[in-house]
Design a binder for this molecule. Structure first.
Ligand SMILES: [Zn+2]
Ligand SMILES: [Zn+2]
Length: 195
């Protein structure tokens, strides 16, 4: 274990809500409609382990096997990596609740650490791609043998054959919006009130 303690409160370590505004494209309210960040959900260490990616679990196993000089137990070490305290709020004033530290971004679908999640980490297009009929990509394209362009959107071979509706950039170009990463909707949020 290093001395870097992820529980240390920096100026804004785990606030992941209320930053929709920074993700807005000029004048667009598209992003804010229906996408408030979900309330943090209390999570057990077991649930956090089950939801962590293979890469994270490998990294944690390696750390455990290196042998820690500290007296921290295995669950403490793993807990530091996978859980983080939920800040008490007026509506949820209870102390000591923990939430998952790793989330999957709903925009870029990458796993990220909510503690180090910084502005600009997520670069994405807020809208869909559409087929660009004027693209030379489709000049010799025969749908009967190559496939319907609408079914090839995720195929990098054809990325120049599409444009992003949000910014009119070509399909393969980097996102037009940069923001913090955002958690995907939490499926278990509805059950939270039972605790
Ligand atoms: Zn993202
Ligand atoms: Zn875009």
């Amino acid at each position: 274990m290093s001395d870097s303690d992820p529980y240390v409160e920096s100026d804004d370590p785990i606030t992941i809500s209320d930053d929709d505004s920074e993700a807005e494209v000029e004048g667009s309210s598209r992003l804010t409609s229906g996408s408030p960040s979900p309330e943090p959900v209390e999570t057990s260490l077991g649930a956090a382990i089950r939801s962590a990616s293979h890469a994270q679990l490998v990294s944690i196993m390696l750390e455990l096997c290196k042998g820690s000089k500290s007296n921290a137990s295995t669950s403490e070490i793993v807990g530091l990596r996978l859980l983080t305290p939920i800040k008490p709020t007026p509506s949820q004033p209870m102390q000591g609740r923990k939430r998952k530290r790793l989330e999957t971004c709903k925009h870029c679908h990458e796993e990220y650490d909510i503690i180090t999640n910084a502005k600009g980490d997520c670069v994405y297009h807020p809208d869909e791609k559409d087929v660009d009929d004027e693209s030379s990509t489709w000049d010799d394209h025969d749908e009967r043998c190559h496939g319907d362009p609408y079914s090839l959107m995720d195929d990098p071979t054809y990325e120049d054959g599409y444009r992003w509706i949000c910014c009119d950039k070509r399909g393969g170009e980097d996102g037009c919006v940069a923001s913090r990463r955002k958690p995907a909707a939490v499926a278990s949020a509805a059950k939270h009130s039972r605790h």
